[in-house]
Design a protein around this ligand. Structure first.
Ligand SMILES: NC(=O)c1ccc[n+]([C@@H]2O[C@H](COP(=O)([O-])OP(=O)(O)OC[C@H]3O[C@@H](n4cnc5c(N)ncnc54)[C@H](O)[C@@H]3O)[C@@H](O)[C@H]2O)c1
Ligand SMILES: [Zn+2]
Ligand SMILES: [Zn+2]
Length: 364
């Protein structure tokens, strides 16, 4: 039976989000309905409502969530009702040309639910990143549910579903940070601070946080940055070079989504170093670089989709590290709010006041 739940909807470009009645169908073949317990507010939700991702309004926002599987459709074998899961937005298909080549984290044909959730009047909703979890319940592809140890707090665990995983993976997987490396992270929001935590876990010995906001620089240090650079007043490229023996960092991670910052990351890198682009650009942005610098500096420029993670492999490992006290996911939770608090949380994010506001569902 179709269920009526409350969810946060962006109806038009730039317009304030509203809490609306959302109709959630029973799961069909390969689908699951999840009772959401907690869902973080990510900058990508704001990109959606600003029209920066596409124009498929109305959007059902939210995509960094943990919850309990309520029901599964025919043919689902990977999860059962009652499982505690983190939702992922790259459920790999196992069959596309990338999966077949043994590179499932690049899967070119990831799964989402086939049926659509709708508004009460039948208007089809576009769920953010195929999830839509600023809602009491959501319909996803069963592969988007990754079971993890249920002792983890949902507010903290859910954050692995997007930004924190993207940041950790930008360092540990895309950037392949290793022992003794120097790493500079540009933008110390939720994603950037996770990249810092990932660099520390991977054994980097110089970890530099760069941001315009002093509060973010303090957070970067609390996650293990060994030095910080205030981009509002310092020459970023010069300072990163100074902090790395005059050479530049082995791995520079762009976690803002800004061409100027990409350029800084490019020039703040050592010879044969790596630039990781994890911040999401908008369609109008362009990068222009002297080709001789691209060639002459060598190394690698690598975009990072979801931190190049494989949810089924990486979420359980990272939850174990969290439960062992080796990865402080709780530190990312700046505040908990209700569904009606999302619009205000966007403003707090824009003002730089939070790492993550996390929506907690009543009664969960
Ligand atoms: N690649 C992925 O799979 C993936 C996943 C999740 C989020 N993202 C993207 O990562 C980016 C960061 O997300 P977030 O949630 O951490 O956002 P956020 O708003 O919390 O953090 C952005 C940070 O960048 C800082 N900043 C802005 N301009 C800057 C500049 N010129 N120099 C230095 N710092 C600057 C801000 O002060 C802020 O601290 C966004 O673009 C988001 O869409 C990517
Ligand atoms: Zn695939
Ligand atoms: Zn996100």
């Amino acid at each position: 039976m179709t269920q009526e739940v409350r969810g946060v909807v962006a109806r038009s470009k730039g317009g304030p989000v509203t809490v609306e009645t959302v109709l959630v169908p029973d799961p069909g073949p390969g689908e699951a309905v999840v009772a959401v317990q907690a869902c973080g507010v990510c900058h990508t939700d704001l990109h959606y409502r600003e029209g920066g991702i596409n124009d498929d309004f109305p959007f059902l926002l939210g995509h960094e969530a943990a919850g309990i599987v309520e029901a599964v459709g025919p043919g689902v074998t990977g999860v059962v009702p009652g499982d505690f899961v983190i939702l992922n937005w790259r459920a790999v298909c196992g069959e596309c040309r990338s999966c077949r080549r043994g590179r499932p984290w690049y899967c070119f044909s990831t799964h989402n639910a086939t049926q659509k959730m709708t508004l009460a009047d039948g208007t089809l909703l576009s769920p953010a990143l195929g999830i839509g979890s600023f809602a009491e319940k959501t319909l996803v592809a069963a592969g988007q549910c990754t079971p993890v140890d249920r002792r983890a707090r949902p507010e903290a665990a859910g954050l692995l579903g997007c930004g924190v995983m993207a940041g950790l993976g930008a360092s540990m997987l895309t950037g392949e940070v290793g022992r003794g490396d120097s790493v500079a992270v540009f933008g110390c929001g939720g994603v950037g601070c996770a990249a810092i935590a990932g660099a520390v876990l991977a054994g980097a010995t110089t970890v530099i946080g760069v941001d315009l906001d002093a509060r973010k620089l303090a957070l970067a240090q609390s996650f293990g940055a060994t030095a910080v650079v205030d981009a509002s007043s310092e020459d970023v490229v010069e300072r990163v070079r100074e902090l790395t023996g005059g050479h530049g960092a082995d791995v520079c991670i762009e976690a803002v989504g800004n061409p100027k910052v990409f350029e800084q990351a490019f020039f703040a890198r050592d010879l044969a170093g790596t630039v990781v682009q994890v911040g999401v650009p908008t369609p109008d942005m362009k990068i222009e670089l002297p080709m001789i610098e691209f060639f002459g500096r060598g190394g690698r420029l690598k975009p990072s989709w979801y931190g190049d993670c494989l949810p089924s492999r990486d979420f359980p490992i990272l939850i174990d590290l969290y439960l062992q006290g080796r990865l402080d996911l709780d530190r990312f939770v700046s505040e908990t709010i209700g569904l009606e608090g999302v619009e205000e949380a966007f403003h707090r994010m824009e003002r730089g006041e939070v790492l993550r506001s996390v929506v907690v569902m009543v009664g969960s």
